[in-house]
Design a protein around this ligand. Structure first.
Ligand SMILES: [Zn+2]
Length: 380
């Protein structure tokens, strides 16, 4: 077998689980992205592999979650009648109890572990798990469509091997569960760019959340106001995330590359497009740090298909035709999707709104340069 430079983690088993027909988290988006990649010929590239995965073991899940929580997940997952336990965040509209939910979440953790293993043990440059990125799961509580925190389980596995890991989260929501796991350590740095928690779930991720004890300076948050557009988003990435990634100089970078930042996402208020998304993915790729990428959020299914296909193409140094392949259009048209193009034009928000969003991000960047940069970069 030739050396594996890039790996895509994909299990058709995810198609057998369903959060509920009215739930915004649609597992079929994984299949849609996989189909678009195939239509572009991105399943047959030199030095790439497609890997299936196994569910994470109980021992692996318990590296973060509590035994009582895991027991409850298993019990509810097997139940034939609707169940709820709000102490554990189970049974509300965001985290419904459905048949097989434990198997789904454990498989999600297993898929991210497999991505981490491919980078750590098989020296893959990049492993991309379309399914991963359930960043809101807490130690003993489900939240925000997340039951098991796959990123934390995989990072714990890497840390146990002595690796220094940087977790970068560009999903529209604050990566609160991952931040919580590493708030007091300097072994893992977390950086999250997200819509501001002032009015938005999960209500955390402010710039003054910088870690504590040995972890002081190793938790970084860039809250963004509604109407943040491509240029403002890139400014936040370029002035905060990029220098801090280079300064921390991790052995491995784990990214949650959610697509719910996009201006057409139904759940969020940022105004991002494929333009800044691709710029950021390209910049991460240029760092040449062994890379575990996780799909994350995205509630417009065509956005997830387009963005993750673009990300996979960038990871493999492939340029794509901006017109969607006809074979793919033939598949999505009967489903009601009118999309014809892969790329969005760079987007500018309305002047009044972007002035407010820009002022907020400039204030945030100044704060981070004062509190975080001296710790990570020495002196600034
Ligand atoms: Zn999200």
């Amino acid at each position: 077998m030739p050396p594996c430079r890039t790996a895509l983690i994909y299990s058709p088993l995810f198609g057998t689980f369903n959060y509920g027909d009215d739930h915004p988290f649609k597992l079929e988006r994984i299949h849609m992205a996989y189909e678009l990649m195939s239509a572009y010929g991105l399943h047959e590239l030199p030095h790439m592999q497609i890997r299936d995965c196994l569910a994470a073991s109980d021992e692996q899940l318990l590296s973060f979650h509590t035994p009582a929580y895991i027991d409850r997940l298993k019990e509810f997952s097997a139940s034939d009648v609707p169940r709820a336990d709000f102490r554990f965040g189970l049974g509300d509209a965001d985290c419904p109890v459905f048949k097989g939910l434990f198997e789904c979440a454990a498989l999600g953790a297993g898929s991210t572990l497999e991505a981490a293993r491919l980078v750590e043990e098989e020296q893959c440059d990049v492993a991309f798990n379309l399914t991963g990125g359930w960043h809101h799961a807490h130690r003993a509580k489900a939240s925000g469509f997340s039951y098991i925190n796959d990123a934390v389980i995989a990072i714990n596995w890497l840390v146990a091997r002595g690796r220094r890991v940087l977790y970068l989260d560009i999903d529209a929501h604050h990566g609160d569960g991952v931040q919580e796991a590493y708030y007091d350590t300097d072994q893992v740095m977390t950086i999250s760019l997200h819509e501001s928690g002032v009015y938005f779930y999960p209500g955390t991720g402010f710039e003054n959340e910088i870690g504590e004890g040995r972890g002081r300076g190793y938790s970084v948050n860039v809250p963004l106001l509604a109407h943040t557009d491509d240029a403002i988003y890139l400014k936040a990435f370029d002035e905060v995330a990029y220098p801090l990634i280079a300064g921390f100089n991790p052995d491995i970078i784990v990214t949650q590359i959610g697509v719910d930042t996009f201006r057409t996402d139904p759940l969020t208020n940022l105004e991002i497009t494929t333009y800044s998304y691709c710029e950021i993915i390209t910049k991460i790729k240029r760092l040449k740090i062994p890379w575990v990428a996780l799909g994350g959020g995205g509630y417009d299914l065509m956005n997830t298909a387009r963005a993750w296909t673009l990300a996979w193409a960038i990871m493999n140094n492939v340029e794509l035709n901006p017109r969607l392949p006809l074979s793919f259009i033939d598949k999505i048209e009967p489903l009601g999707y009118q999309n014809r193009v892969l790329l969005d034009a760079m987007h500018w928000a309305e002047e009044d709104e972007r002035t407010v969003a820009l002022a907020a991000v400039e204030k945030c960047i100044a704060s981070i340069k004062k509190t975080i940069f001296p710790v990570i970069l020495g002196s600034c």
